[in-house]
Design a protein around this ligand. Structure first.
Ligand SMILES: Cc1cc2nc3c(=O)[nH]c(=O)nc-3n(C[C@H](O)[C@H](O)[C@H](O)COP(=O)(O)OP(=O)(O)OC[C@H]3O[C@@H](n4cnc5c(N)ncnc54)[C@H](O)[C@@H]3O)c2cc1C
Length: 385
């Protein structure tokens, strides 16, 4: 039996839910499949930058106040620090605060918005493949969903990506491993009130400590091919915090795209958005903004294909090339520059770099400046759907 829609969206994380919302608001029929039942857990630091908040405002009219009232924003911090091992290299005030969300609540909120706009949500539905020429999405129960367009937003291990005949480049080569734990504040040797990043514990990656209301989130991320035993490195990071007894706290891991974004995330009637296409910034691992923004662009391209008979690939690649790819290319360059600097020179060279670019680095992360030569960055206007 098959169900027919204008668009079938696979995956209801931020990329899929935002795409589903925009398409449903524009009057198209949308099916949204997810293997999970929401609310569902998603391993993530939950840090939203200025450009993420801009996207939420542009698309949904959400503000920090409305998201706080809805219980989505869990913590707000206007400071940050970058350290090498236990030595703080830079600590400063950001021009705009970092908002930290609980992913369980955040993802449910965005999914509910899509459903309220008219999208049909199918929970507990595992997609097993896609035929991009016909728009058929097959599922584990044998049911098929037919869309004039398919948006694959099914995360880093995307089955939709694996179904498409697209050049996968070095997907595994630039995949990172991550581990994260949530330490209750009462058990954490040190309180954390703003995002802290750490270099030096891992060669091709970094560690972090993020605050939320109840816990301190400690994590590590590193290129899988460069790091043999990421768990042992993480334990060294925890030991540096004076944390030695954590046998009852779960270590959770999840792969993260880390420089393996696809330049061709489109094939026939299928488009890939978010982690499914590797759309994560390759230096700091920011993915939420890129998931939402590429979900938006994919929805706009699918709409243009269905309503105006436009070429979906061209319509999708245009904003990606203009706004997204340059950020990834330049943040990737900066990443290798900083990693080589640390490997072949001392931490003092890193200290000089981050110290001399202090305020600008925070603006770059927030997205008011580009990773490209730290120029002022303009994002596109979005007509609220
Ligand atoms: C440890 C860690 C910390 C991070 N911290 C941050 C941070 O602080 N800030 C930030 O901006 N980014 C962070 N990220 C990155 C961010 O979490 C991701 O980039 C973001 O979740 C991508 O959203 P998405 O919608 O593309 O995919 P996801 O959020 O992964 O959603 C994919 C959805 O697809 C569903 N799915 C998967 N397979 C199938 C299938 N076969 N059939 C049906 N459904 C399927 C899943 O159930 C899921 O709901 C972090 C990532 C990790 C691993």
């Amino acid at each position: 039996m098959s169900h027919t829609y204008d668009v079938v969206v696979v995956g209801c994380g931020p990329a899929g839910s935002l795409a589903g919302y925009v398409l449903a608001k524009k009057g198209l029929s949308v099916a949204m499949l997810d293997k999970a039942v929401f609310p569902r857990k998603k391993l993530c630091g939950g840090l939203l930058t200025w450009k993420s908040m801009l996207t939420l405002e542009q698309v949904y009219g959400e503000t920090p106040e409305s998201l706080t009232r809805a219980g989505i924003i869990d913590f707000v911090a206007d400071r940050y620090s970058i350290a090498h091992l236990d030595k703080v290299l830079v600590s400063g005030q950001a021009a705009y605060p970092f908002h930290l969300v609980d992913r369980e609540a955040f993802d449910l909120h965005l999914l509910q918005k899509a459903v309220a706009a008219g999208a049909v949500h199918y929970a507990d539905t595992i997609a097993t493949g896609c035929i991009p020429e016909t728009g058929v999405v097959t599922t584990a129960t044998g049911k098929a969903y037919l869309g004039r367009m398919v948006i694959g937003a099914d995360g880093v291990n995307s089955v939709i990506r694996q179904s498409l005949s697209i050049h996968k480049q070095s997907w595994r080569n630039n995949l990172a491993s991550t581990i994260e734990i949530a330490v209750p504040r009462s058990r954490c040797p040190r309180q954390v009130d703003f995002p802290e990043l750490y270099t030096g514990f891992i060669k091709a990656g970094y560690c972090w400590a993020f605050p939320n209301k109840e816990n301190v989130i400690l994590g590590i991320c590193g290129l899988t091919r460069k790091e043999r035993n990421i768990k042992a490195l993480f334990q060294e990071f925890l030991a540096s915090w004076g944390l030695t007894e954590y046998s009852d706290i779960s270590f959770l891991g999840h792969p993260l795209p880390y420089g393996n974004f696809l330049r061709e995330p489109a094939y026939e009637n299928a488009l890939l958005a978010g982690d499914a296409a590797g759309f994560v910034e390759p230096l700091f691992g920011e993915g939420l903004f890129y998931a939402m923004r590429t979900g938006l662009y994919a929805a706009q391209a699918a709409h243009a294909a269905i309503v105006d008979n436009a070429d979906p690939r061209r319509a999708y690649l245009e904003p990606l090339k203009k706004y997204i790819f340059p950020e990834f290319v330049w943040s990737n360059r900066l990443r290798w520059f900083l990693m080589y600097t640390l490997t072949y020179f001392s931490r003092f060279s890193l200290q000089v770099f981050v110290g001399s670019h202090k305020g600008l680095l925070a603006e770059m992360v927030h997205g008011t400046r580009s990773y490209r030569h730290l120029r002022k960055k303009e994002w596109d206007q979005v007509v609220r759907p």
